[in-house]
Write a protein that binds this ligand. Structure first.
Ligand code: HEM
Length: 141
């Protein structure tokens, strides 16, 4: 494999961290496509839409999730530059998130992952993360 396969970065050195997931998926466009598709699902889901402060304009929410995910998986820190420490659980306290909302969220994200169709190992890492994180956001029985 040439260094081009890593987007021009050096070969991974054994014992040192390899390319981030952000790099492996080709950076920002992947997260934009993922979150665009996810929000198409949210926009058509009354159960989720009623939680959103601005249900008629999801552009801000879409941008915040895109930047957060890019940062989380190793991309630029624009999210924290703009919003401060993620504190995601605290930021979700204002929204009633029970098992139904959590599961609807995951349905749309699962569908979005299938749509962008990353390599299976990447899809599995994303899926595991979202399942853990969506449960962490749940604040109702
Ligand atoms: C899987 C884990 C989740 C992640 C990584 C995530 C991520 C985020 C992020 C980054 C924001 C913007 C925070 C900010 O900067 O203000 C946000 C907002 C929001 N999230 Fe989540 N979230 C998750 C789960 C959920 C779930 C399960 C629900 C409800 C079903 C939900 C509903 C909302 C709502 C209503 C907002 C406000 C939209 C806005 O930013 O204007 N989230 N989420």
């Amino acid at each position: 494999m040439t260094s081009e396969a890593h987007g021009g970065r050096p070969e991974p050195v054994p014992g040192e961290p390899g390319p981030t997931l952000y790099d492996a998926v080709g950076g920002m466009p992947f997260f934009e496509r993922l979150v665009d598709r996810f929000y198409e699902g949210v926009a058509a889901d009354p159960v989720l839409l009623r939680l959103y402060p601005e249900p008629d304009d999801l552009a801000g929410a879409r941008r915040r999730l895109t930047l957060f995910l890019a940062q989380y998986w190793g991309g630029a820190t624009t999210y924290s530059d703009e919003r401060g420490h993620p504190r995601l659980r605290a930021r979700h306290f204002p929204f009633v998130i029970g098992p139904t909302e959590r599961d609807r969220w995951l349905v749309h994200m699962r569908e979005a992952i299938a749509h962008v169709d990353p390599p299976p190992a990447i899809a599995a890492r994303l899926q595991a993360y979202f399942e853990m994180a969506a449960e962490a956001m749940r604040n109702q029985d």
